[in-house]
Design a binder for this molecule. Structure first.
Ligand code: VGL
Ligand code: ZN
Length: 209
């Protein structure tokens, strides 16, 4: 397919902390960068997301006495996986990967910037009710098919794709342009939910241009 006027590429969290050497490195996370750069040139519309946490964020294991990264806790809004400190606002780890080359990106959606609420999804925070504004932005601009690439397949990519479907958008995950964290079976679960919700999966080579 050749991306058209109503198609948008959502590049999820291609940031230093999610790539090798980073605080929450996704295995082979840097390998998505050339694929994303190629894809982005094929799209008229590109949006980036940026994980953007406060110091002492509720999703950090270091904020909970006796807890280690990748353990979970129950919060008012549900189960929260605890992570190493990552993507703290204004730090080098929160910057986009240096090889990411998408100068024509039209919007950067920052998320997870409230200390007591996480946000994997680019559409809605983890409390399930606080919108980021992305759905309204897409509607206002007549964009109705979201193509997703980036990090990580089983968290921010999956949650964004599921929320896109909930809000009536088409959603396609470009599988080889994404990489997963895969903790506690999260990748298999993410694909189960995405398939059930009508999220399509496609190789990035299907996108021409
Ligand atoms: C992400 C865990 C914590 C992601 C963000 O980008 O998938 N994962 N924060
Ligand atoms: Zn995060």
């Amino acid at each position: 397919m050749t991306p058209g006027e109503r198609d948008v590429l959502l590049v999820v969290d291609v940031q230093n902390d999610f790539t090798p050497g980073g605080a929450l490195a996704v295995a082979h996370g840097d390998e998505v960068v050339p694929l994303v750069n190629r894809l982005a040139r094929a799209f008229q519309h590109v949006i980036l997301t940026q994980d953007w946490h406060t110091p002492g964020h509720v999703s950090f294991a270091s904020s909970h006495a006796g807890k280690k990264p990748f353990e979970t806790i129950e919060l008012a809004y549900g189960t929260q996986v605890l992570w190493p400190d990552h993507c703290v606002q204004g730090t080098p780890g929160a910057e986009f990967h240096r090889a990411l080359d998408v100068p024509h990106a039209q919007l950067i959606v920052r998320k997870g910037y409230r200390r007591h609420v996480d946000s994997y999804s680019a559409f809605c925070e983890a409390d399930g009710k606080t919108p980021t504004g992305l759905a309204g932005y897409l509607r206002d601009r007549g964009l109705d098919h979201v193509f997703l690439a980036g990090l990580a397949t089983d968290f921010c990519v999956a949650w964004s794709a599921l929320d896109a479907r909930k809000r009536g958008f088409r959603a396609t995950v470009l599988e080889d342009a994404s990489r997963a964290i895969d903790t506690g079976g999260s990748l298999a679960r993410a694909w189960q939910s995405m398939t059930a919700a009508g999220v399509a999966r496609s190789p990035s080579s299907a996108v021409e241009g």
